[in-house]
Design a protein around this ligand. Sequence first.
Ligand SMILES: [Zn+2]
Length: 429
Amino acid sequence: MGYVVKVSRLYDGVDSKITEDRAVAIQGGRFVWIGSSADEIPEKYRTWPVASAEEFTMIPGLIDGHVHLCNDSVPDRAMVILTDLPGAATLRALQNARATLDMGFTTVRDCAGLEVMALRDAGRAGAFTVPRIQSAGYGICGTGGHMDRDKFYNARLRDNPGVADSPDEVRRVARTLLKLGVDFIKVNATRGFGGKIRGHQEMTSDEMTAATEIAHKVGKRVASHAMGTDGIKGSLDARVDSVEHGFWLTPELADQMAAQGTFLLPTAATLYRNVTRGFYRGGMTDAELSKMHDLAASAREAMFESLSMAMDSGVKIAVGSDMGGGPFLYHGENATELEQLVEAGMTPIEALKAGTSTCADLMDLGTELGRIASGYLADFVLVRGNPDEDISLLSHRDSIAAVFMEGRSVRIDEDLARDFPTDSDEIVQ
Ligand SMILES: [Zn+2]
């Protein structure tokens, strides 16, 4: 036996609109039927318990395509690297993963943080209730590149296993990562931004091509951190599967992305954070700090333009908040990305699609997740109110009334819990 849920509104992850008065039947952790609640429920489900979640909107479990669960939003990351005890990063990831799940994100793609892999596996084994995790292990970059910037002059140089300075070295690192069991490969095509730097290219296209060759042979995907135009071009020529950030796109590059089926994750939340919450001061003077602020504001403007170019060209756009990628944005605030995509010109429904079915497609999970459709895993969120009218509802703990993974509630408000079956037979069998 399974159970039936009745809701006032439903967004299925794919459609261009929310539908009203719907009912879904769930059995064995999957949706088995979706219909109008006014219709007769099919004979075979008529004896099942019915949970009435009227006044709520059901949406698919949200998916974040770019997080760093091992990192807290602390300003001085170098200090953490130097002082971390073994296991500390995995425990941070556990706490951050729970904060993420609490806000309705049932699946995440972790874009660098080797220590998350133990949590990914523990989650899969059912030892901890955390979102489904795909992990890149560590990110690949050149010596001194985007993910090799710590300058510990007075300490033993930290061995960075992601460093690779030629196509052959990239092959070795990529193969090592695959041997460790990563779900995808992350390359760092460019620097971030700061000073006069606007995400200039660091890895060569040849080096990135070595990564895509190795990954694609075994059916794995390659994500590329690429901010500046040259690095985006180099990544696309190397046939990466997704461009992370992509702040300085051109119409030609947007067309190339659309033609190659490359996903774009604008990570709009990071720039929102920089502009509204500022930077870690470190040793910066007031003048340097205000320069950084101006640079972030111009990157944000460029990103808004890039997003509209990408939308015009028909590029697949996915949600990636980059939580843990820098200070002043905290795990659990992932829906900031959907809010910012709307701010940048998407409709709330387009943002929802970017954070559900498109993100599932990005992660090669599009036949299992990100949609409320018969046969799909029953990951869903019950939202108090209508996110099509106000996308910021997804950022408020009070509006996220219940979160379900594979038909089981992982968090549910008390008033709603009474209506849902607790007998595991009804949920699992
Ligand atoms: Zn990142």
